[in-house]
Structure formats: structure tokens, C-alpha cells
Design a protein around this ligand. Structure first.
Ligand SMILES: *[C@@H]1O[C@H](CO)[C@@H](O)[C@H](O)[C@H]1NC(C)=O
Ligand SMILES: *[C@@H]1O[C@H](CO)[C@@H](O)[C@H](O)[C@H]1NC(C)=O
Ligand SMILES: *[C@@H]1O[C@H](CO)[C@@H](O)[C@H](O)[C@H]1NC(C)=O
Ligand SMILES: *[C@@H]1O[C@H](CO)[C@@H](O)[C@H](O)[C@H]1NC(C)=O
Ligand SMILES: *[C@@H]1O[C@H](CO)[C@@H](O)[C@H](O)[C@H]1NC(C)=O
Ligand SMILES: *[C@@H]1O[C@H](CO)[C@@H](O)[C@H](O)[C@H]1NC(C)=O
Ligand SMILES: *[C@@H]1O[C@H](CO)[C@@H](O)[C@H](O)[C@H]1NC(C)=O
Ligand SMILES: *[C@@H]1O[C@H](CO)[C@@H](O)[C@H](O)[C@H]1NC(C)=O
Ligand SMILES: *[C@@H]1O[C@H](CO)[C@@H](O)[C@H](O)[C@H]1NC(C)=O
Ligand SMILES: *[C@@H]1O[C@H](CO)[C@@H](O)[C@H](O)[C@H]1NC(C)=O
Ligand SMILES: *[C@@H]1O[C@H](CO)[C@@H](O)[C@H](O)[C@H]1NC(C)=O
Ligand SMILES: *[C@@H]1O[C@H](CO)[C@@H](O)[C@H](O)[C@H]1NC(C)=O
Length: 813
């Protein structure tokens, strides 16, 4: 995504005078190999077909009136102003489109990121995407998006660079998985939909990113020759080579939900896709996004992801970020392929002006649709001073920052963040009723994740001391306050008149006989807080907890028979200590946001009954996961960084289920302080005749509306069989009939609901299945088809805890 830290920036972006290898010189095909296609290397993929021209938006699907206003706005612009409208430039925000005062347009302020307005003061740090997904709670996903949106708006940001569906999470090791939701496209799709609805209900434009195939950080950008004065590419960025079915059923799926939700913008990704840079890939942008899915908004580039002018414009890119208007050098010293080149490419007849008009109409339609032309708050002046991406001395114009500075926009959001954090917390193990804690009088706390960070509020480093609430890079947030686990535990202990002892030095704990540390005798409970970092621009090297966390747990559990382990983590952790008999409980809290300590105390003490579920699978060994990032390409060929998505649909649980591999904790798993049952599954078609093929309806945002129609419903009865009230998350998994093409996963999540049940209470849940939910993507006819034959419907509480099953045909015979 967007901005990178100034320290890492020079490594990631071209240095000087990017050499144009604009594919206008190679015809208007967006295919961007500099070398001829080598089918030995490229195998069946590696070529992205040209889909031209870029389709005009029409405003269909609700934006019609805004679209007319956008067209009227465009009609007033000079060609130079048109170039300005599609090209970012340095200014107070991470991305800036200049105002055009003459027309009363105040410009656009684009701000990171998916869990907070990063470049701002007095804002909240919300839970990360991986935590939000762990709630499996549509209302929380919406509310989190809404409250974030309100903060962006109150700070004067028109566009939130959020949410993330790429990476989806193909690889367990990918450095940005935590910014997005889950490797399951259905769960991520709901995360995208709800978050975008929330952002835009607040009046802020959402940005679905990074489109598409952005499944690893390693070699996401090209390598340039450091010795050359011109930007000479030594090796092109990684190419994600994805076949059409895999694209639709996994990686595109949640982006389709984003279009359906009416997302204002999409951000194209850094890496290549089938050999062509994502931001100039006409198949992905013109073909799939703007035609098949009917997207009416605009595509902005990731920061520095543009590698051509004409080819990108023709290939469907609508806005160049961070841009730069000419050869003067932006912060990074890069001239822009847009800016003056837009004027040139129109003037010299290469690109029709109507294409530039369409770009701006796409940018302005959501602006008018969301009412951003009316009384929108000014950009908070304090933002300009905090922006390290384009500092004030790089600005080329007066940005007229007016209005109160350092506005406090947090309202009561902390209370909600506390609840979101608790609802996201996943109880993985709970033996001997270790949890909830029953007012223990002697508590020992261990681990460098328990207490205050010692290096400031912006999470940008894997620092040794301090709890983690977010990962690093453009997706992080600057906390105005942080409730640490240690402080919250001590608050609770004070109420309970308990003794709290704590040790924060992992090296010390791992290498000590812990009994020599505590007084006066074995504590009633030992709570170990562990953390795992991940950041933009780097993939994870290990799936273990950081800072010798496994050794820390062993050292404590060897002498403490009631050891509770809490992880604050970017995602998947192998948990070898789960087998230790003295580890009585394990709680995965991911990145819960600024109320972290309160959220975890609510769970540990049973004020909130845990209901979080794993949004991915925890395997026994790192090597059990397939699809690792492509690394260690030792050859020097310019196109040698190729990532073949050969596992196709089989990532995460789809892979473990297909190969029947035993796992430690499966997708969808999570305990409660009560127990639930599910039974009485029944299903019925929503109409009398259901055809395999969808009706061919006019395209609206989201694609053929027939795909989104409910065709089948499945009901089941869920009951609380335990002693306390709690939230159940019944899940519906669908197995397609054997007539579906080879390579179809064993079963796939196609429904979930979160319901509250008192002890003994039961409730019927109704899962509504859309046509898309019951279809496979047919590569021949290029549509979703419902296979004939018998479907399996399983309802349960995880992907492997299936309680009731039925089989039925869906297509009427
Ligand atoms: C294609 O790549 C293969 C494998 O690197 C190489 O052996 C072959 O010479 C290349 N062919 C051409 C025509 O460059
Ligand atoms: C990528 O290549 C595959 C295999 O040729 C093709 O099916 C798919 O449509 C291509 N996708 C894109 C975006 O080029
Ligand atoms: C877009 O609309 C303009 C007229 O406004 C037309 O000239 C142009 O051909 C259209 N482009 C496409 C790709 O349909
Ligand atoms: C850059 O120059 C150094 C020193 O001469 C050399 O070792 C290195 O190989 C050069 N790099 C490239 C990509 O040419
Ligand atoms: C056109 O693009 C090239 C490549 O980024 C850049 O060096 C040049 O300055 C641009 N020209 C104008 C007029 O913006
Ligand atoms: C037209 O201008 C564009 C942008 O500067 C440039 O890439 C292209 O080569 C030019 N084409 C001609 C025919 O001059
Ligand atoms: C600066 O902003 C204020 C308030 O938004 C506005 O009234 C004024 O016209 C602007 N001045 C310029 C030079 O744009
Ligand atoms: C942590 O403990 C180790 C081992 O006792 C010690 O060497 C190190 O200095 C300690 N670190 C701090 C910051 O106290
Ligand atoms: C569990 O803890 C007790 C101390 O309460 C200790 O004696 C025992 O050895 C531990 N068990 C293991 C397997 O380490
Ligand atoms: C754990 O150790 C404590 C104190 O040594 C003892 O009272 C308790 O019974 C032990 N619990 C188990 C489950 O062994
Ligand atoms: C690259 O070199 C490393 C270290 O020698 C080796 O482990 C790895 O397998 C090599 N990668 C390839 C693709 O040959
Ligand atoms: C499921 O329940 C809903 C209402 O709770 C009902 O309208 C529907 O007919 C039921 N469907 C089945 C298949 O039982």
C-alpha cells in the first residue's frame, strides 16, 4: 500500500529519472516484458492478454446523478488541469490531488491506512484486519469501518487507503497478511464489504487494495542498477502467475465484494501479474475489474507502482500516486509517467482525451456521491507536519491548511475498540478450567510483550520491549495512548487484592530457573505474553513467536503448573508449547488496537466470553504449509522472479483438507467458556427453478447481479449446552458435487453467523446462499456455473468440527 517510511523508501522506489520503457513503443498491448516471451520459463502462464480500450464509466448502480455532476466538472477543465487531476503531488497527506479553486474543488487528501489514520495526531488505533476477521462478526466489521471512517473525515481525509484483500494470505509467511483479513476469500469478502460500507457511511472514500496477486513482499518492486544514472532495471518485480479459475475463486472473490459494496477506489499492486505490472495490466483492470465486475470508481497506483505512461493509462490506471508533475523530482526524485506526460500523450494523439475524461469522471463521481463537495472538513494542519512521506519542504504550492489544528477526533471510540479487541480474541486451549481466572491472589506475568513499548508510539520496528498492537509499514498507527496488558492486569489485581509479580526480559526468563525469581511460592497462575512482528516490505522468516518465546514458555511451564499463554501476533504461529501439560490455556489476541490490555483482561477474567475464531489454520510445522513466498532466486535474468500459483485453489484449509494433513488448530476453530451444539440441518431452494447458468443480466457494480441472488437457504438449530451465556459462531461449509471440475476443494466456507445464547437456549440460524456461493468459475464460458448433482452442506463450529450434514441437489432437473 501506500507510503513507506523515509528510511526504507530509497530502497523501494526508483531513484532518479525512471527510464521510460513505455509500452506505447511496443504497441498498445499492456504486456510488459522487455524480453521476448520464453515459454520454457513461462510455462502456461506469463502472458496477460491485452484488453483494450479502457471502458468508460457510466455511473450505473446508484451513482448516476453523481456521475452527471462529475461529467459536468470534467467539461470545465483545461487539459493541464486534467493532468493535475490524475497525478498526485507532494502535500500534507500521504497522497494529494491539487485543489482547483476556480471550480471550487478543494483537492483530495488520501491517507493511510487499514487500522488508523496513520499520519495524524489524536486519532484512534483500531484492531488490525486479522483481528477484525477473527471476530467473525459482521456488525463489528461494519462498526470498525464506520468509526475509522468518521476519524478520517474529521481529519479532512477524503480517501482512506483501506481495506486490504491483497494479500489474501496465500502464504503463511507473507509480511502483510495481518493488514487484510483471512486466506479464506468468503470471510475476507465479508470483511471487505462491511468495512467499505462502514467507511463510506461515514462519508469517506474506501480504497480496496492491493489489486491483485500481491501475495508476498519479497521482490514486490523491481531491482534497479545502483550504478546507473538512469533507472535501469536489473530485475523486474515478481510476477504472480495465476490461472483464471484460481483468480476468480480465491484472489478476486473479495475484490468483487468490494465492488459490490460500492468502493470508490481500488489500488493496483506493486508486482506483476502474468508478466505485466499490475498497474498497467489491462486484463486485470479493464477486463476483469471495469468490465466483468462493472467497477465505476477509479484505480490509483500503489506508491511508485507505475512503470509506464501510455500503457498504464490504456491499461486502466486512473490516478498515479504519489505522482509528481514533471521532471522536477518528488521526494523520491522520480519524474512522473503522468503529469506532463498526460498532456503530451493527448497532444501527440497517442491517447484520446476521452480516456483522460473517463479517469477524472471516475475520480469525481464518488466524491459527489459521498457529498464531499459539501462542508467537508479541512485537512487538519497538524497532518502536514507529521507527514514524513512528503515533508513540508518538498511542497510545490501553498496547501492553504486552515481550520483547527490537532483536532481530537477519537470521541468514545476507545470503548468500542476495547470490545472489538475482546471479540477478536481466540481461546485455543483451556484445560482444567484454567480460564476464566477466578480472582487469583497470586499472579506471575512474563514476557516482553506485557508492558510499555520503550521506543515510542509508532509501531515501525520489531523492538524488544513493549507490547504489540499493530505491525509495521504504511498499515500501522500512531497510538495516542496504549493500555498494556500489564497495566490492565494490575488494575484488575488491585480490585482483587492480588499480588502481581512480573518479568519482562525474555532472555532472562528463558535462561533462568523461574522458581528462583518469584516469592513466596508457586503463583496460582503464570501468564506469559508473547509477540510476533510482521511488516510491509518484508516477509516473515519464521512462524514461531519472536524473542525466544517458545523457550520463555518452556522455562515458565516447567515449574508453573497453570501457565496461560497470550500471543499478540501478526498471524500464524506454530505453538509447540501447546503440548506442554502445564500450559493450561492459550489465547491468540493478534493485533487488537489501543485498548489491548483491557480487551485481554475482559477475556481472561470472563467479563467477555471468548467467541473469536481462527481466520486461518495453525499447522504442526512450518513446512506443513504449501505456497511459501518465492525467495532465493539466484539467477540474474531480468524476468527470473516468477511465482507460480500452482497450488491453485488449495491454500490454507483447502490444502490441508485436500491432503488430509493433521493440523494443530484448524480454520474456524476457537473455544468458548460454554459449549454449543448444532443439529436439525435443513435446506430449501429459494425458487422453483434454478438453472446452472445465471440469467444474463446487465452488469452493475459487483458484476452480473444474478450472481448475488439468494438461490438456496440452509437452516440449523444451535443450542448453548453449557453453563454460561455466550456467542456461538455456526459455520456453513459447502462441498460441490463431483460434476464440478477437477481441483475443487473438499469443502469451502459459505456462511457464518454470530448469535448470542443463554444457557439452554436454542436458536435457528438461516444461511442464505447466493448463486456465486454454490458455483465454480467456468473458464470456458467465463461465468459462474452451479454444478449439477448432489451438494454437501455441513454446519459446525470450525472447518473440522462439523456437527450436522445434509446432501441435496440445487439445480432443478
Ligand atoms: C528459455 O529459458 C530456458 C530456461 O532458462 C533457457 O534454457 C532457454 O535458452 C531460453 N530460451 C530462449 C529462446 O531464450
Ligand atoms: C493469466 O494467465 C492465465 C493462463 O494463461 C489466464 O487464464 C489468465 O486469464 C491470465 N490472467 C491475467 C490477469 O492476465
Ligand atoms: C468513451 O466516451 C467517449 C465519449 O464521451 C467516446 O468518444 C469514447 O469512444 C468512449 N470510449 C469507450 C472505450 O467506449
Ligand atoms: C555496481 O558497481 C559495483 C562496483 O563496481 C559492482 O560490484 C556491481 O556489480 C555493480 N552492480 C551492477 C548491477 O552492475
Ligand atoms: C514523463 O515521464 C518520464 C518518466 O517518468 C519522466 O522522466 C518525465 O519527466 C515525464 N515528463 C513530463 C513532462 O512530465
Ligand atoms: C506521446 O507522448 C507520450 C507521453 O510523453 C510518449 O510516451 C509517447 O512516446 C509520445 N508518442 C509520440 C508518437 O510522440
Ligand atoms: C483557503 O481556505 C479557506 C477555508 O477553506 C478558504 O475560504 C479560502 O478561500 C482558501 N484560500 C485560498 C487561497 O485557496
Ligand atoms: C536481559 O537479561 C539478560 C540475561 O540476564 C541480560 O544480559 C540483559 O542485559 C537483560 N536486558 C535488559 C534490558 O535488562
Ligand atoms: C508442571 O509444573 C509442576 C510444578 O507445579 C512441575 O513439578 C512439573 O514438573 C511440571 N510438569 C512438566 C511436564 O514440566
Ligand atoms: C499445581 O500446583 C499447585 C501448587 O504447587 C497445587 O496446589 C495444585 O494442585 C497443582 N495443580 C495441578 C493441576 O497439578
Ligand atoms: C539459491 O541459493 C540458495 C543458497 O545457496 C539455495 O538454498 C537455493 O535453493 C537457491 N535457489 C534456487 C532457486 O536455486
Ligand atoms: C429457514 O428459516 C427461515 C426463517 O427462519 C424460513 O423462512 C425458511 O423457510 C427456512 N428454510 C428452511 C430450508 O428451512
Amino acid at each position: 500500500m501506500a507510503s513507506l517510511l523515509p528510511l526504507v523508501l530509497p530502497l523501494l522506489l526508483p531513484s532518479v529519472n525512471a527510464q521510460a520503457y513505455d509500452s506505447a513503443e511496443r504497441g498498445s498491448d499492456a504486456f510488459s516484458y522487455v524480453q521476448p516471451l520464453n515459454t520454457t520459463i513461462l510455462g502456461p502462464y506469463g502472458h496477460s492478454p491485452a484488453v483494450l480500450p479502457s471502458p468508460n464509466a457510466t455511473g450505473v448502480g446508484g451513482w448516476e446523478e453523481a456521475f452527471e455532476r462529475a461529467k459536468a466538472f470534467v467539461a470545465e477543465l483545461t487539459l493541464e488541469e486534467k493532468a493535475i487531476m490524475v497525478t498526485g503531488q507532494p502535500g500534507p497527506c500521504v497522497g494529494n490531488i491539487e485543489p482547483i479553486e476556480r471550480l471550487g474543488f478543494n483537492g483530495l487528501c488520501l491517507q493511510d491506512g487499514p487500522l488508523s489514520n496513520r499520519v495524524a495526531d489524536y486519532v484512534s488505533v483500531f484492531s488490525a484486519g486479522v483481528s477484525a476477521a477473527s471476530t467473525w462478526d459482521k456488525d463489528i466489521l461494519f462498526e470498525r469501518g464506520l468509526l475509522m471512517g468518521k476519524e478520517f473525515k474529521a481529519k479532512g481525509a477524503h480517501v482512506a487507503l483501506s481495506p486490504v484483500a491483497g494479500p489474501l494470505g496465500r502464504s503463511a509467511y507473507s509480511g502483510r497478511n495481518w493488514e487484510g483479513f483471512s486466506p479464506d476469500p468468503y470471510l475476507t469478502g465479508i470483511g471487505m464489504y462491511q468495512t467499505i460500507m462502514g467507511h463510506q457511511a461515514a462519508g469517506v472514500q474506501a480504497t480496496a487494495k492491493h489489486y491483485i496477486g500481491n501475495e508476498q513482499e519479497t521482490q514486490r518492486n523491481p531491482t534497479y542498477n545502483p550504478n546507473a544514472t538512469l533507472n535501469t532495471v536489473v530485475q523486474e518485480a515478481l510476477s504472480s502467475n495465476i490461472d483464471d479459475r484460481t483468480m476468480h475463486e480465491l484472489y478476486l472473490w473479495p475484490f468483487a465484494d468490494a465492488v459490490k459494496a460500492g468502493a470508490a477506489s481500488f489500488m493496483c499492486a506493486y508486482q506483476r501479474l502474468n508478466g505485466s505490472y499490475a498497474c498497467e495490466n489491462s486484463k486485470a483492470q479493464n477486463g476483469i475489474l471495469k468490465t466483468e465486475l462493472g467497477f465505476q470508481g477509479y484505480i490509483m497506483s500503489d506508491w511508485g507502482a507505475v512503470h509506464s505512461g501510455v500503457a498504464s493509462v490504456e491499461g486502466g490506471l486512473d490516478m498515479n500516486m504519489p505522482g509528481g508533475l514533471g521532471n522536477y523530482g518528488t521526494v523520491t526524485g522520480v519524474g512522473s509517467y503522468f503529469g506532463g506526460n498526460i498532456t503530451a500523450m493527448v497532444s501527440n494523439g497517442t491517447v484520446p482525451e476521452s480516456r483522460i475524461d473517463d479517469m477524472i469522471t471516475r475520480i469525481m463521481a464518488p466524491y459527489y456521491f459521498l457529498g464531499q463537495d459539501k462542508d467537508y472538513p479541512t485537512v487538519d494542519p497538524s497532518t502536514g507536519y507529521l507527514n514524513t512521506f512528503s515533508p513540508i519542504d518538498t511542497w510545490l504550492r501553498d496547501w492553504n491548511l486552515t481550520g483547527p489544528s490537532s483536532r481530537d477526533v477519537r470521541e468514545n471510540h476507545g470503548e468500542r475498540i476495547r470490545q472489538h479487541g475482546a471479540a477478536a480474541t481466540i481461546l485455543l486451549k483451556n484445560e482444567n478450567n484454567a480460564l476464566p481466572l477466578k480472582a487469583p491472589k497470586s499472579i506471575a506475568i512474563f514476557g516482553n510483550d506485557a508492558a510499555e513499548p520503550t521506543q515510542g508510539q509508532l509501531n515501525q520496528q520489531n523492538y524488544e520491549y513493549g507490547t504489540l498492537i499493530a505491525g509495521g509499514g504504511s498499515g500501522t498507527g500512531r497510538a495516542t495512548y496504549l493500555v498494556t496488558p500489564l497495566v490492565a492486569m494490575q488494575e484488575q489485581a488491585k480490585e482483587d487484592n492480588a499480588l502481581v509479580q512480573y518479568w519482562l526480559n525474555n532472555t532472562l526468563i528463558a535462561n533462568s530457573d523461574v522458581r528462583s525469581l518469584w516469592i513466596p511460592k508457586e503463583p496460582e497462575v503464570c501468564v506469559v505474553f508473547l509477540k510476533t512482528w510482521a511488516e510491509e516490505a518484508a516477509d516473515r522468516e519464521s512462524l514461531n513467536v519472536d524473542w525466544d518465546g517458545n523457550e520463555v514458555v518452556k522455562s515458565v511451564a516447567d515449574v508453573c503448573n497453570n501457565t496461560v499463554v497470550v500471543t499478540h501476533s501478526s498471524g500464524i504461529n506454530l505453538l509447540p508449547f501447546a503440548d506442554h501439560p502445564n500450559v493450561t490455556a492459550i489465547v491468540a489476541a493478534h493485533f487488537p488496537g489501543q485498548e489491548s490490555g483491557n480487551s485481554i483482561v475482559d477475556i481472561l477474567y470472563g467479563k467477555v466470553n471468548p467467541s473469536g475464531k481462527l481466520p486461518y489454520t495453525i499447522a504442526f510445522n512450518g513446512s506443513d504449509y504449501n505456497a511459501p513466498p518465492t525467495t532465493a532466486i539466484n539467477t540474474t535474468g531480468i524476468d527470473d522472479w516468477q511465482s507460480w500459483f500452482d497450488e491453485k485453489l488449495h491454500i490454507d484449509y483447502r490444502y490441508f483438507d485436500a491432503e488430509d494433513i493433521a493440523v494443530r488448530y484448524e480454520f474456524g476453530y476457537g473455544l468458548s467458556y460454554t459449549t454449543f451444539n448444532a443439529s436439525g440441518i435443513s435446506g430449501a431452494a429459494a425458487s422453483e427453478s434454478i438453472t446452472s447458468e445465471p440469467e444474463d443480466l446487465p452488469i452493475v457494480p459487483g458484476g452480473n447481479p444474478a450472481y448475488w441472488e439468494t438461490v438456496y437457504t440452509v437452516n440449523a438449530t444451535v443450542s448453548n449446552s453449557g453453563a454460561v451465556a455466550g456467542h456461538a459462531i455456526p459455520q456453513l461449509y459447502v462441498s460441490l458435487p463431483s460434476s464440478a471440475p477437477e481441483g475443487t476443494p473438499v469443502r469451502q466456507l459459505r456462511g457464518f453467523e454470530k448469535i448470542y445464547l443463554e444457557p439452554g437456549e436454542e436458536q435457528t440460524v438461516c444461511f442464505e446462499l447466493m448463486r456465486r456461493d454454490l458455483s465454480y468459475w467456468d473458464v470456458v464460458s467465463q461465468q459462474w456455473l452451479i454444478p449439477t448433482g448432489s451438494f454437501g452442506f455441513d454446519v459446525g463450529f470450525s472447518s473440522r468440527d462439523l456437527r450436522d450434514r445434509m446432501e441435496a441437489t440445487v439445480v432443478s432437473s
